[in-house]
Design a protein. Structure first.
Length: 348
């Protein structure tokens, strides 16, 4: 939704606890705009992983999407050039706490500024990494970090995440090319900012394709800083993702393959996913997905994890939907256990 800059600045001041007055530009010819937007998600569930001894009843946030609010804006600089920015913060609907966890900064989802034009877009700051985006894009559950088999196995610590580093990188410069013939490229470089180690960095290259019913992505990344990397015993991990989807009309099918190598631990994780989304009437969607990670290690026992999930999502309006999902989890050496949740999601 659109409103004045002063209204949004006031909202930020209230959230941040600031008292400084902010004056809005009064020029009618001003070609800049600012938007306040976000998403609120909460669910009730009965949750149990394969390696847990007991079940937990919960009221949690972020069932289908991690809740967040944000400000974004642009200014027309003339000659086809624009200045852009985004300031976004995750929050926990169930408790009101800021961030996904206590380690998150205030602007945990994105905080960047950049320029866009015929050359594409270049931006600098804290930015969502491309492998995370692709893993959620080619997933019938839309990147759910509570119920999606592929997202749990790739990103969640409790499910022995295959990919290290955060889904958002600090100190990052990112370039996005124009789309030509359905192809687009994204290049990201994250500066480690270590005085004693100028070579420490995060790097990512993503090639995306979308034309008609077919979409695909190939993403390669190397991380040397972030969660799971301590700079001493674990200094580096490389990961590769290949994914595609095809819309048949009556159903949309999804597939992913990932490989992550962590040389310091002598581990290699291979993850595969198949999924389908089926429209139900004008407002519903049935979702199903299965993912399996095979982790081979030279220093510890190998492991296998298999998750499958089925769910239904129903749009009550353009902005609000409700969902119900069942998730099965099985880790090698443990029996299969299930989790079930039902929730509501609202966009603003």
């Amino acid at each position: 939704m659109q409103t004045s800059f002063s209204a949004y600045a006031a909202a930020v001041a209230l959230v941040a606890g600031g008292t400084t007055a902010v004056h809005a530009p009064a020029r009618a010819a001003d070609s800049s705009s600012v938007q306040l937007y976000g998403l609120v998600d909460a669910y009730v569930g009965s949750m149990r992983r394969s390696d847990q001894l007991a079940r937990t009843l919960v009221v949690n946030s972020n069932g289908m999407t991690t809740s967040y609010w944000g400000l974004r804006g642009s200014e027309d600089l003339g000659g086809g050039l624009k200045a852009l920015f985004a300031l976004e913060s995750f929050f926990q609907t169930d408790s009101g706490a800021n961030g996904r966890n206590s380690a998150d900064p205030f602007l945990s989802r994105n905080a960047w500024v950049g320029l866009a034009g015929g050359f594409g877009q270049v931006s600098a700051g804290r930015q969502t990494n491309r492998l995370f985006v692709a893993s959620g894009q080619f997933d019938p559950f839309g990147g759910s970090l509570q119920f999606s088999p592929i997202m749990l196995q790739t990103w969640q610590v409790a499910y022995d995440r295959a990919v290290l580093g955060d889904s958002v990188w600090n100190n990052t410069v990112q370039y996005t090319s124009p789309t030509i013939g359905g192809f687009r490229a994204d290049v990201s470089y994250g500066f480690g900012e270590q005085a004693s180690d100028h070579g420490r960095s995060n790097k990512s290259l993503a090639i995306n394709y979308a034309q008609g019913p077919l979409a695909a992505a190939l993403v390669a990344q190397t991380v040397q800083y972030g969660p799971g990397l301590d700079g001493t015993s674990i200094t580096r991990q490389s990961a590769l993702l290949a994914a595609a989807s095809y819309d048949l009309g009556m159903a949309k099918v999804y597939g992913q393959w990932q490989r992550a190598r962590t040389p310091d631990l002598g581990t290699r994780a291979n993850t595969a996913q198949l999924g389908v989304g089926v429209p139900v009437g004008a407002a519903g969607k049935f979702m199903a997905s299965v993912a399996r990670t095979r982790r081979d290690a030279s220093n510890t026992d190998d492991s296998r994890r298999t998750n499958w999930a089925v769910g239904y999502d129903h749009q009550l309006s353009k902005r609000t939907d409700v969902y119900a999902i069942y998730l099965s989890d099985r880790l090698s050496g443990h029996g299969a256990e299930g989790s079930i949740g039902a929730g509501i999601r609202h966009r603003f």
